[in-house]
Write a protein of this length. Structure first.
Length: 640
């Protein structure tokens, strides 16, 4: 192997790429988006404001759906550097860097190859899914970090061999599981423990599994896990006790009655468990069973969910099937054969199980597009190992060149796919024109509100006319997809797989830049930041700001105006619904009658709304700001 592949050089390459993609322009643009992006940033801002790291709040209401690590990290960043968009994004970018470095180290040590480590780290960093879902402040990249760390610690115990395992990696496994619990909830335990159990059963059988668990210091590991994970859960349960709630939340213990009670909308009030019941039952078990209340989300069809693995691993997904097939699946047919697998075969099996388990787990549940992400680090390592073996085969002129020929066939498939996608982009470049200056992109879209519960459902609004606004990113996409896949094919054709991988990585880097450009152009449709900045000079402390929809629809107003008292009209649902029934919840939910009375009163009101959904209000209505298919109207003119 060339001496150029060293751990230090790998880390420098990853750090440079990370700085370019994650820690430069990406921290500044686009502005925070409505919904989860700005809601989560607002939770961190209010955590600082309230000096309360236990109970999360959004818009002054208890926000009890989520685990705290993402918000703790953003609050720490804002406390040190001030409140703003880059400060909110910086922690997630740092977690992503740690993930890439850990993936590189894990792959390099697992297979004894620095090039495998480089391919794994770069491949994961340049995977489309991880890149696009770190543009939004959601914790799933952090989940990948802790899950990878947990499996790494378990692998260290396997490398030690049979017998009593070292204490330190066992404690590391427990700590990683605990941090994952504090990041995303119970999947922080399900995925690492499920992976370990399936792997042990496959390689040792049931008796061997029980014996091996006893060698992994289970008592010390359990104590370490509880020491890290338990305090916040206990404090959150004590701080958010039983309250009165609608009868749909009465303590019945039956999910069906729970769901039907919400459906009928009974106004009766019953007694329900507080945070502990809501967090573990409603946000975990009932969400998994698609009975979570309120049902403000959609689910990705099963075939599409599995197909998204190929999209989110793009372009490396071309090698995914070969990489996963390299695991010793046939050996599992015989217990005697499975127990005799060598170290590399067992390592491949461990990675394959870790990658497939999240996909299988969510196949029986509700699914969002980003639920695929926990599989990506392990698939990236499997692909990296396959690519390294292919490059080594070509360099040593191994005969027959099985992997090299397979790589050439895959490069043809990638070239065909890249060419087709490039031609589609060329079609839009030739048949669309850039819209006139200052044209609102939202006016060019074909709206599909039924898809908006999906993470990127708004992008389904794009049509031929609207694509004219994306001519620059489309141009970069043509160069990236065609140039990258052409380079990969050309070098593989000449038996130079390593250079082919460099060409593919270069094309992918350009494609990710194009994707970021496209997101920035589309941002006004997804964000109300522009409206918030437009009214900021006019807003006074005693003015009322109101959203004519769910809070999440215009949540950037709260963060950019630094207001935790946004009123809600026609939106008593979604993530603020449960917390609104606590006795300390502010009275921010407006009725039609109350809103009409306020509109005629002396207080100035700034009302965020979709123009098509604005009800008739008494008196005069003044448009103060508009854009992105949204507007802010007021009952007073000018700078009243």
């Amino acid at each position: 192997m060339p001496e150029a592949f060293t751990p230090r050089r790998n880390r420098l390459i990853l750090a440079a790429l990370w700085f370019f993609l994650y820690a430069s322009f990406a921290l500044l643009s686009p502005p925070l988006l409505d919904d989860a992006d700005s809601v989560h940033a607002e939770v961190a801002r209010e955590m600082i404001q309230r000096h309360d790291p236990v109970t999360l709040y959004a818009n002054g209401i208890r926000y009890l759906e989520k685990a705290p690590v993402l918000y703790w990290s953003m609050a720490a960043s804002m406390r040190v550097f001030g409140v703003g968009t880059p400060q909110a994004r910086l922690p997630l970018a740092i977690f992503a860097l740690l993930l890439f470095l850990l993936t590189e180290s894990f792959a390099r040590r697992a297979f004894g190859s620095a090039r495998t480590g480089l391919y794994a780290g770069v491949g994961l960093m340049l995977s489309f899914g991880l890149f696009i879902f770190t543009r939004i402040l959601i914790p799933d990249a952090i989940v990948c970090l802790w899950l990878t760390a947990a499996i790494f610690c378990f692998w260290l115990t396997e490398r030690h061999g049979e017998g009593h395992a070292p204490v330190l990696p066992c404690l590391g496994f427990a700590a990683a599981c605990a941090m994952n619990i504090l990041t995303k909830g119970l999947i922080g335990l399900v995925f690492p423990i499920g992976t370990v159990l399936l792997y042990l059963i496959a390689t040792r059988g049931l008796r061997g599994t029980l014996r091996r668990i006893g060698q992994l210091n289970p008592l010390f590991a359990a104590l370490a896990f509880l020491a890290i994970a338990a305090p916040w859960h206990i404090l959150a349960g004590l701080a958010n006790p039983t309250e009165g709630h609608p009868a749909g939340l009465t303590h019945t213990g039956h999910a069906w009655i729970f769901w039907k009670g919400w459906q009928v909308g009974s106004p009766e009030v019953g007694s329900v468990h507080g945070w502990t019941w809501f967090y573990f039952m409603n946000e975990h078990l009932l969400r998994y069973l698609n009975l979570r209340v309120p049902r403000d989300y959609d689910t990705v069809p099963l075939l599409l969910f599995w197909g998204l693995v190929l999209v989110w691993m793009m372009p490396w997904s071309g090698f995914l099937f070969k990489a996963v097939a390299a695991a010793p699946w046939r050996a599992l047919r015989s217990r005697a054969t499975a127990t005799k697998l060598n170290g590399e075969a067992r390592t491949l099996l461990l990675f394959a199980i870790a990658g497939l388990l999240p996909l299988v787990f969510f196949s029986f549940s509700t699914r969002q597009e980003y639920y695929v992400l926990p599989s990506l680090p392990f698939f990236a390592i499997l692909i990296a190992r396959w690519l390294d073996r292919e490059a080594t085969e070509a360099e040593t002129m191994t005969v027959p060149p099985v992997l090299t020929r397979a790589g050439q066939r895959i490069s043809v498939v990638l070239l065909v796919g890249g060419t087709i996608a490039s031609l589609a982009c060329v079609f839009f470049l030739l048949h669309t024109q850039a819209p006139p200056p200052n044209v609102d992109l939202a006016s060019l879209l074909q709206q599909n509100p039924g898809d908006y519960a999906l993470s990127f459902g708004h992008f389904l609004d794009l049509n031929g006319t609207a694509m004219g606004a994306f001519r620059r990113p489309l141009t970069f996409t043509v160069i990236a997809l065609f140039g990258g896949t052409l380079g990969s094919w050309w070098f593989r054709r000449s038996f130079r797989p390593h250079e082919a991988n460099i060409a593919l990585a270069a094309g992918t880097l350009l494609f990710l830049l194009a994707a970021h450009m496209g997101l920035t152009i589309f941002a006004p449709v997804l964000s109300s930041a522009k409206l918030a900045r437009a009214i900021a000079p006019l807003v006074k402390p005693n003015n009322m700001i109101c959203i004519n929809d769910e809070y999440e629809a215009g949540s950037t107003l709260g963060f950019y105006l630094k207001r935790s008292d946004i009123h809600i009209w026609h939106g008593h649902s979604a993530n603020l619904w449960y917390g609104s029934f606590f006795t300390d919840a502010p009275g921010i939910f407006e009725t039609d009658l109350a809103m009409r009375e306020r509109w005629l009163g002396p207080q100035r009101i700034f009302l965020w709304t979709d123009p098509a959904k604005l009800p008739k209000l008494p008196g005069k209505t003044y448009v103060i700001a508009e854009g992105g298919g949204k507007e802010i109207v007021s009952n007073k003119a000018g700078d009243y």
